[in-house]
Design a protein around this ligand. Structure first.
Ligand code: SF4
Length: 724
């Protein structure tokens, strides 16, 4: 008999609602071991259908439509695998695997100290797993060295939100609020490819001529502004912050600011005025390439929108994944505060969370500097609260650890991490300076990777622990609106796979860890409620039963209270209730000459600026979507996009094999010519491994506030590869 489950997509933070239907309760009888990407199961038995929900309204994208095909994929890992001296992974039993992992932890601790053990988590983990991973790392492993791949995703916007508003919730309003907006300024996000059902919420502003997209490429989202439906501002890469200062300059100097709001609800205004004085539109045009009249028109559109149906400013990774990403997001927030958008009933500022549980994943203790409930790990009151919930002395909880890039740089170093656990991350492809990351992974004493496929990171592991997929277990996620959602078990998992909760519980036993480690998701959620109570991200009023009834649960949702679909109506989260405007300034970018100075040999080819990003068909490192045949067929390989004019000057045609290189590495791939990109810029998707891995070229320099690496502005040298 067919079985259906109301659940949500396993991929991005839009968390589209879907119904998963199985003809039978699937329990795959046998699964071959890992190897090269194998042929998929010829007859996927599960069907996906979009389900009506306020965010996706029944819509799904290609990734969502095909998501079920991975559940019974032939390449699934279904037994623990141990790498032999010959480099080959072979099956072992669970007891042996867990004994080996526990022994590696004890050995590293005994030889180098507790911080020689590290944990790298992921924004795809459920809230329950993210919470338990933070507890497991700090109590069972006794290490401060835990961080996660959200550091590469949301950290800049999160840091900017914390300093401006005192709290970080991606969208502090329901997504549906965008429907009636007159103006939407979207900076550095290509939702038409990354989360297509989102575009429904841009339609109203577009029809009103009020959609403004800022992107160096004429992306699918930017193209949505065509035919008088809005504006596309196409700045030089790395100049977004200057552009935002120019917009604020116009708002201030044309008296468009909301003076009453600024007076009553913000601090720091005068310093921000001084910080934008030097950024009049004509000067900003000379730096960014955006025409001064478009800068003025955008500022006026935002003002008119705020006075009519509403104005929203939204940022994405395009402006945040920089070494000045926090300041750039801060500049966007300053602009929104000048216009009085945050806290309004019909306007606002928001940032678009990317990973499936990128929001919840950054609230419950996976971050190096955080405890559950979005508490600071250095705050004595926060430590005391969490220690009481965990039933341990406060001093048992280690202090802050290392942000992701620094953690990865420490791998194998004398005072660094020597034994690493990786969950829901494929750092060998997705982390910056990927060649250096792979070298670090290979220098570890012991690497444990929990995954369901042989990702490029799992391939490096000493021990691979096979885990469950999304439809095989219960749990919760928090979408880009801060709304907590139920993920439901629809099918049985393969016999040999285990939940990360089960793995942590069994390892905690072997390590004689203090406190308790339940393997039951609802029990863990109940503990999470207690741990988050009174924190910024307070889940204490949320339970599985209300989620099962379909009640909307936006945090903060204190016990006995109500949820908060729209934040800041009565005040911001700082002690005085005001939002803080922080003056920021552009930073000098590394020149091609400086980049070339780091090369061992003279770079060959033409210097170009590299932007990395995403494609419609793939998600993150592509470890999952590259295994979906329809997606892999549509986008089988990385292609470097460049402008035909630039290509012509370099002797490159469509399909030419090109070398893209800098001091960190080289990518070899085919060229794709497009007039949608600026002539001095090239684009590479980062979903592909090996010789096509874009992150071989990205720099591991980080934003000093957030720890965000530089993904969107790297100098590369491009040349055609001579035919053999
Ligand atoms: Fe899944 Fe995101 Fe696509 Fe929706 S937009 S179907 S959540 S990948």
């Amino acid at each position: 008999m067919a079985k259906s489950a109301a659940t949500h997509c396993p991929y991005c933070a839009l968390q589209c609602a879907m119904t998963l239907t199985s003809p039978v309760d699937l329990a795959p009888a046998s699964q071959p071991g890992p190897g090269p990407v194998p042929a998929p199961d010829p007859a996927p038995a599960l069907e996906v259908a979009g389900r009506d929900f306020p965010t996706n309204r029944g819509g799904l994208c290609r990734k969502g439509w095909t998501s079920a095909s991975l559940l019974n994929h032939a390449g699934r890992i279904t037994e623990p695998l141990l790498k032999g001296a010959d480099g080959v992974h072979r099956p072992i039993g669970w007891d042996q695997a867990l004994d080996l992992a526990a022994a590696a932890v004890k050995d590293a601790r005994a030889r180098y100290g507790a911080d020689a053990v590290g944990v790298f988590g992921g924004g795809g983990l459920t809230n329950e797993k993210a919470y338990m991973l933070g507890k497991f790392a700090r109590l069972a492993l006794g290490t401060s060295r835990i961080d996660y791949n959200g550091r590469f995703c949301m950290s800049s916007a999160a840091a900017a939100g914390m300093r401006a508003f005192g709290v970080d919730r991606g969208l502090p309003f329901p997504l549906e609020a965008l429907d009636t907006a007159s103006t939407i300024l979207m900076l550095g996000s290509n939702v038409a490819e990354t989360m297509p059902p989102f575009v429904q919420h841009l339609q109203g502003a577009r029809d009103a001529g009020g959609l403004v997209v800022v992107d160096p490429r004429r992306s699918a989202t930017a193209a949505f502004t065509a035919d008088g439906a809005g504006l596309h501002l196409q700045p030089l890469p790395g100049t977004d912050l200057t552009l935002l200062l120019g917009l604020s300059h116009v708002v201030i100097h044309e008296n468009l600011a909301d003076a009453a709001f600024i007076q009553e609800r913000t601090s720091g205004y005068n310093a921000v005025v001084r910080s934008v004085n030097a950024f009049w539109p004509e000067r900003v045009q000379s730096i960014t390439g955006v025409p001064a009249d478009l800068i003025r028109e955008t500022a006026r559109l935002l003002t008119a929108g705020a006075r009519a149906g509403g104005s929203y400013i939204l940022t994405g990774r395009g402006v945040e994944q920089h070494v000045d990403g926090t300041d750039t997001a801060t500049a966007a927030i300053n602009l929104s505060l000048l216009l009085g958008l945050p806290g309004s009933a019909r306007s606002g500022y928001g940032t678009l969370t990317g990973q499936g549980n990128g929001q919840g994943g950054r609230e419950h203790g996976q971050k190096a500097d955080q405890l559950p409930g979005y508490r600071k790990i250095t705050d004595p009151a926060a430590r005391a609260h969490v220690a009481a919930v965990w039933g341990v002395p406060e001093e048992t909880i280690p202090g802050p650890g290392l942000p992701a890039v620094q953690l990865l740089k420490s791998l194998g170093q004398p005072d660094g991490v020597r034994c690493l656990f990786v969950h829901a991350s494929n750092v060998a492809v997705a982390a910056p300076d990927a060649n250096a990351v792979i070298k670090g992974l290979r220098s570890l004493d012991f690497l444990v990777v929990c995954d369901f496929f042989l990702s490029e990171t799992a391939a490096e592991a000493d021990l691979i622990l096979p885990v469950l997929q999304w439809a095989e277990e219960e749990g919760t996620l928090t979408n880009l609106e801060g709304r907590v959602l139920r993920r439901r078990r629809a099918i049985s998992p393969p016999a040999g796979a285990r939940s990360e909760l089960w793995i942590m519980a069994r390892l905690a036993e072997r390590l004689d860890a203090p406190s308790t480690y339940s393997e039951d998701p609802e029990t863990v959620f109940e503990e999470l409620r207690l741990a988050s109570a009174g924190g910024l991200a307070d889940y204490s009023g949320i339970d599985y039963a209300m989620l099962d009834r379909g009640e909307a649960a936006y945090w903060p949702y204190p016990a006995g209270g109500t949820g908060t679909p729209r934040l800041f109506r009565d005040g911001f989260a700082h002690a005085d209730g005001k939002a803080v405007m922080v003056p920021v300034a552009p930073r000098r970018r590394r020149t091609p000459a400086a980049e070339a100075a780091g090369h061992a040999t003279e770079p060959a080819g033409t210097a170009m600026t590299l932007i990395t990003g995403r494609l419609l068909e793939h998600y993150q490192s592509g470890a999952q979507t590259r295994r979906v045949p329809e997606l892999a067929a549509a986008q089988p390989e990385a292609r470097m996009q460049l402008h035909p004019g630039a290509a012509d000057a370099m002797g490159i045609g469509a399909g030419t094999l090109v070398s893209v290189s800098n001091g960190r590495g080289e990518v070899v791939c085919r060229a794709e010519l497009s007039t949608t990109i600026r002539p001095e810029t090239v684009f590479l998707p980062f979903h592909f491994p090996g010789a096509e891995s874009a992150n071989r070229l990205t720099e591991a320099a980080t934003d000093p506030v957030s720890g965000m690496p530089e993904f969107k502005f790297n100098t590369v040298w491009v040349r055609p590869v001579a035919a053999p």
